[in-house]
Design a protein around this ligand. Structure first.
Ligand SMILES: Nc1ncnc2c1ncn2[C@@H]1O[C@H](COP(=O)(O)OP(=O)(O)O)[C@@H](O)[C@H]1O
Ligand SMILES: [Mg+2]
Length: 168
């Protein structure tokens, strides 16, 4: 069976900036938003202007609820005291009332050679671009789309088939 690859354009820095119009909104944007870190399917990601250890994720696509999903996953794991699972995720610190803005710990990129051979079995989307380094550990920073509800956050590990993100 052939597997069709769906390619889609990533969110661009300029697209996010376009959402902030008017003097006050532009000024606020320039204060809160620092260096561009990258764009994904639904979100543009920047260093938080007031604290470079944090990332601000701005969701500009409609019917894309990844900020909310990440926030929910992070808080569920925290409330369950599931240490073995939550150490694999970049912590979420704040979400705006409507979910368009999420503040998350900032991860650092890591070389492909440092990706582990085994990862928890609940990670089904093992794209290099979904992970980064935080405090010496590899963590997921893109976990909005997931199958955790179906698979459960178990401690089981599986062989990791890492691949690249096809978003252009
Ligand atoms: N917490 C973070 N720290 C540092 N960079 C991040 C963080 N979250 C995302 N990024 C960067 O931004 C890019 C897009 O973010 P991502 O979470 O993948 O958005 P989307 O869910 O829209 O695909 C990532 O590929 C990564 O390079
Ligand atoms: Mg992504």
């Amino acid at each position: 069976m052939t597997r069709s690859i769906i390619r889609c354009c990533s969110v661009q820095d300029s697209t996010v900036a376009d959402h902030f119009s008017g003097v006050v909104a532009v000024d606020f944007f320039r204060t809160m938003v620092g260096k561009w870190l990258g764009g994904g399917i639904g979100r543009g990601v920047y260093v938080l202007g007031t604290d470079p250890s944090l990332a601000v994720k701005i969701e500009t696509r409609s019917h894309s609820f990844q900020n909310i999903s990440e926030w929910e996953v992070w808080n569920d794991l925290k409330n369950m005291n599931n240490d073995s699972a939550h150490k694999w995720f970049a912590p979420c610190h704040y979400i705006s009332p409507c979910g368009a803005v999420l503040i998350q710990s900032r991860t650092k990129p890591l070389d492909k050679s440092r990706f582990p051979d085994k990862m928890p079995s609940f990670f089904t989307d093992l794209k290099y671009q979904n992970f980064g380094m935080l405090n010496g550990r590899i963590v997921a920073h893109d976990y909005g789309y997931n199958r955790f509800v179906h698979l459960g956050a178990t401690a089981r590990m599986r062989v990791a088939n890492w691949c690249d993100d096809d978003t252009t």
